[in-house]
Design a protein around this ligand. Structure first.
Ligand SMILES: NC(=O)c1ccc[n+]([C@@H]2O[C@H](COP(=O)([O-])OP(=O)(O)OC[C@H]3O[C@@H](n4cnc5c(N)ncnc54)[C@H](O)[C@@H]3O)[C@@H](O)[C@H]2O)c1
Length: 255
């Protein structure tokens, strides 16, 4: 199996891509730590893994809170003895996040807290463990919106994902000498609650997003998780500091 016994902390494991990741990682032999805001959500993801015969534990943590981020890594170590991969997948995209000219400061700060501080804090507590082990893989989820402008603005979200890309490169350079690789994935629009809840309310936003996509469809969670699986596995041992853009070709489409 590609991830035999690798301990993987997945944040946002109760959501669209996180839940799929928990299932697919466990099917490849990983021991999965399912993290989400409530115990109920995190536990339901772990229960799905266990029902399919995989190994999983759950912990409630708001990744934007330092004590809780520390607790999720401590829980992984206490339960499974180590942390081989940190999959920073949790993220938010609130409807109130729009253009800079009409986004309130509270919304901006909340998006930054979860999408950027959350990645920082996960790394702050996982990377020292990985350095002690002499090996580890950090997988940060950014977005295609961080690398091109969008006429349907979500400026806090876009800026937050740009920060994730920049941080990924810095970590890749700092910690590769200690055996810890850091990479990001920039998904295009994927059929998960995060995107669909928003698009069902806005037909025009949906039309624009599909018109730009050469494949003519949204992506599926497993089409991103396959890439994360590669990054968590030893197959990617020389992949470091990369941003893997998986978007059906949107970002190479001029018209
Ligand atoms: N769906 C897309 O089109 C798309 C595209 C590009 C990038 N992304 C990114 O992919 C990642 C996963 O997105 P998704 O579409 O599966 O979203 P989702 O909304 O389906 O799931 C996100 C999960 O994160 C959890 N979460 C939210 N805030 C949290 C916090 N503070 N602490 C811990 N957990 C928290 C939620 O409870 C939820 O279970 C996100 O980082 C998102 O920004 C999504």
């Amino acid at each position: 199996m590609r991830l035999q016994d690798k301990v993987t902390v997945i944040t946002g494991a109760g959501g669209g891509m996180g839940r799929t990741a928990a299932r697919m990682f466990a099917a490849e032999g990983a021991r999965v730590v399912c993290v989400d805001v409530s115990e109920e959500i995190a536990e339901s993801a772990a229960a799905e893994v266990k029902a399919a015969g995989g190994q999983a534990t759950s912990v409630a943590a708001d990744v934007s809170q330092e004590d809780q981020a520390k607790r999720m890594i401590d829980h992984a170590v206490a339960t499974f003895g180590r942390v081989d991969a940190l999959y920073n997948n949790a993220g938010i995209m609130p409807a109130a996040d729009h253009s800079v000219i009409d986004t309130d400061v509270a919304t901006w700060d909340k998006v930054m807290a979860v999408n950027v501080r959350g990645v920082f804090l996960g790394c702050k507590y996982a990377i020292p463990r990985m350095v002690d082990q002499g090996a580890g893989s950090v997988i940060n989820v950014a977005s295609f919106v961080a690398i091109l402008g969008c006429s349907v603005p979500q400026d806090a979200y876009t800026a937050s994902k740009g920060a994730v890309l920049a941080l990924t490169k810095s970590l890749a350079v700092q910690f590769a000498p200690h055996g810890v690789r850091t990479n990001s994935i920039s998904p295009g629009p994927i059929e998960t609650p995060l995107l669909m809840d928003w698009l069902v309310k806005d037909e025009e936003a949906k039309r624009i997003r599909l018109a730009r996509n050469p494949t003519g469809r949204f992506g599926k969670p497993e089409e991103i998780v396959h890439v994360a699986l590669y990054l968590a596995s030893d197959e990617s041992r020389w992949t470091n500091g990369a941003n893997l853009v998986i978007d059906g070709g949107i970002t190479v489409n001029y018209f």
